[in-house]
Design a protein around this ligand. Sequence first.
Ligand SMILES: *[C@@H]1O[C@H](CO)[C@@H](O)[C@H](O)[C@H]1NC(C)=O
Ligand SMILES: *[C@@H]1O[C@H](CO)[C@@H](O)[C@H](O)[C@H]1NC(C)=O
Length: 366
Amino acid sequence: MAIKLLHSFVAAVLSTTTVLVNAQTSAPLQFAGVNIAGFDFGCSTDGTCSASGAIPPIQQLSGIDGVGQMQHFFDDGYNVFRLPVGWQYLTNDQMTGVLDETQFANYNTLVSDCLNIGAYCVIDIHNYARYNGQVIGQGGPSNEVFAELWSNIASYWKNETKVIFGVMNEPHNIPDISAWAESVQVCAPCSQSAVTAIREAGASTQMILLPGTDYASAKTFVSSGSADALGEVKNPDGTFTNLIMDVHRYLDSDGSGTNAECVTNGIDDTWTPLATWLRANGRKALNTETGGGNVESCINYVSQAITYQASQSDVILGYIGWAAGSFATSYVLSQVPSYSGNGWNDTLLVSMAMSPKTNKFVVTVA
Ligand SMILES: *[C@@H]1O[C@H](CO)[C@@H](O)[C@H](O)[C@H]1NC(C)=O
Ligand SMILES: *[C@@H]1O[C@H](CO)[C@@H](O)[C@H](O)[C@H]1NC(C)=O
């Protein structure tokens, strides 16, 4: 921070482009987004999902207007949408890596809507590192099956530069964090893990998000050993290019994202140590879930957290709010905008803190 301020000062003295330099410090995040949930409904934290429990945010499937929501957010400066889906939805309740054609086509409707808008789109397998209660590679589906799933997904979108592969939502209670890193990882030249499978399917350059344990906790990312374990994951060519750490942070009293009120901005216990680790190790992170109730405490604390992220934008790419999509507007963390004939009306937290239209933290990328 101090160094940036000094740069601005020096630039102001030396050049006439003062305004541009200052503008840069107020619009520095690469991404701001919203989760468009629904295909993940019916999933619980033990990785039990039922395909029939999903509520696709797609009007043609009798759902809510997910594409309308995304277009509205995009028009306000958001540029990424995370699209959670249960593994069981994609395979029609079969524990396999083979995609069910009809189910995949339904999910692809949402992904295509997102891509057509021009946004980045995160494919998020919302299974907590499990399938029906069993941990991937540690008693549950083998790494080969998990790799096959990702190979099939990545083959489909390998030419889409704006697809981001979210390997897994919120791993937790992982018996062996190194074994989890192996499930995520590469054992080049074999294809028994997600990253290798994605790259070998031809998706050679897109971002891949790597989640640690404790529900992808940003707060314990370093202390849980997730940082060191996932820090070993490489592309098949040996590089770390576009392997991004995937972290979540809620600001309520127990950090669970289930309470309306926020009690902290998380800067000292989470974002500062995380940014320090990322910088020391030459890595970056994306905060793919954060949010809070539509109350003043969250407007204040979320604003502070995002402002801090923006000051660390050399290592923190941005944030994605939880959540819009198929949630009821009465859901405690709802970011579902309502349509009222003459336009969309945002929830309080979105309009006062999270929308790039308000905070101006995202530069529109062509
Ligand atoms: C990807 O692009 C290549 C080269 O243009 C093309 O041959 C292939 O069919 C495309 N694959 C998909 C899945 O779109
Ligand atoms: C917009 O949303 C806010 C908060 O949810 C609500 O208080 C307000 O009445 C809404 N306005 C309109 C015009 O729907």
